[in-house]
Design a protein around this ligand. Structure first.
Ligand SMILES: C[S@@+](CC[C@H](N)C(=O)[O-])C[C@H]1O[C@@H](n2cnc3c(N)ncnc32)[C@H](O)[C@@H]1O
Length: 228
């Protein structure tokens, strides 16, 4: 079973969105497990203080290294890669989701306020991962995004696993356009080829459309695709 461990000051935010639909069902049926570690439980202060002002001045508060370190020590070394959610980190993508899905699990450390003391990251050789070039108020939503993208790749979570092969990024391309009933909606028709029943033609059309869409919407992905 794939194990997700989250270190957070707000553990009650989990499973959050992951308690619903695909991920929620998979959690209930034991395809993945969730361990929540409340960072505040490791405070050595009678008032439960976990942060302090930054040395050198600056805004906000910084989560203390000793408190975080104790919280991390409560987690087994065998629970998968240790990741601090951080805007400074390497950008998360589908390839990383795939590699994480092949691990035993992942340990996700959620920052809050201004972030965490650098020495905690250096001492524990913690990898930093970002979900994009913007600032969230905390790592909890970023952790859920990463977990969601990994959970759907776990065996048997998506009933028809071949469906995953058609999705954006899997082959380096974005997905082709999708259509369902009705055949004509507000004067817009479903492309004829999709109604033809000719599977070979349909496959060619889907590939062609994926290429056109990738080229126009994500020239960066297109350049990578044609180079590979
Ligand atoms: C307000 S942010 C701190 C931002 C930090 N002072 C900076 O400028 O890089 C608080 C926490 O949210 C999380 N966070 C914010 N943006 C993120 C992103 N783009 N990806 C992953 N985690 C993020 C991190 O855990 C961070 O410690």
């Amino acid at each position: 079973m794939w194990r997700a461990t989250v270190l957070s000051l707000f553990p009650e935010m989990f499973p959050g969105a992951l308690g619903y639909s695909l991920a929620g069902k998979a959690l209930k049926s034991g395809m993945w497990s969730l361990k929540k570690v409340n960072i505040r439980d490791f405070s050595n202060d009678k008032n439960g203080k976990v942060d302090d002002v930054p040395f050198g001045g600056g805004h906000g508060m910084v989560i203390k290294p000793d408190v975080l370190d104790m919280a991390l020590q409560s987690v087994s070394n065998d629970d998968g890669p240790r990741i601090y959610l951080s805007p400074r980190g390497k950008k998360f993508d589908h390839q990383r989701a795939k590699t994480l899905s092949q691990e035993k699990g992942v340990v996700l450390i959620c920052g809050r306020y201004e972030g965490v003391d650098e020495r905690f990251l250096v001492h524990n050789k913690i990898e930093e991962v970002s979900i994009g070039d913007f600032i969230l108020s905390g790592g909890e939503l970023a952790a859920q995004i990463i977990m969601d993208s990994v959970i759907r790749l776990l065996p048997n979570v998506v009933a028809k696993s071949e469906a995953l092969l058609d999705e954006s990024f899997e082959t380096g391309l974005l997905e082709y356009p999708l259509y369902t009933q009705p055949r004509i909606w507000k004067g817009l028709e479903v492309p004829e080829v999709l109604l033809s029943g000719d599977h070979k033609k349909i496959k060619l059309w889907k590939t062609k459309m994926s290429e056109i869409i990738t080229k126009s919407k994500r020239p960066d992905l297109w350049t990578k695709y044609i180079k590979s």
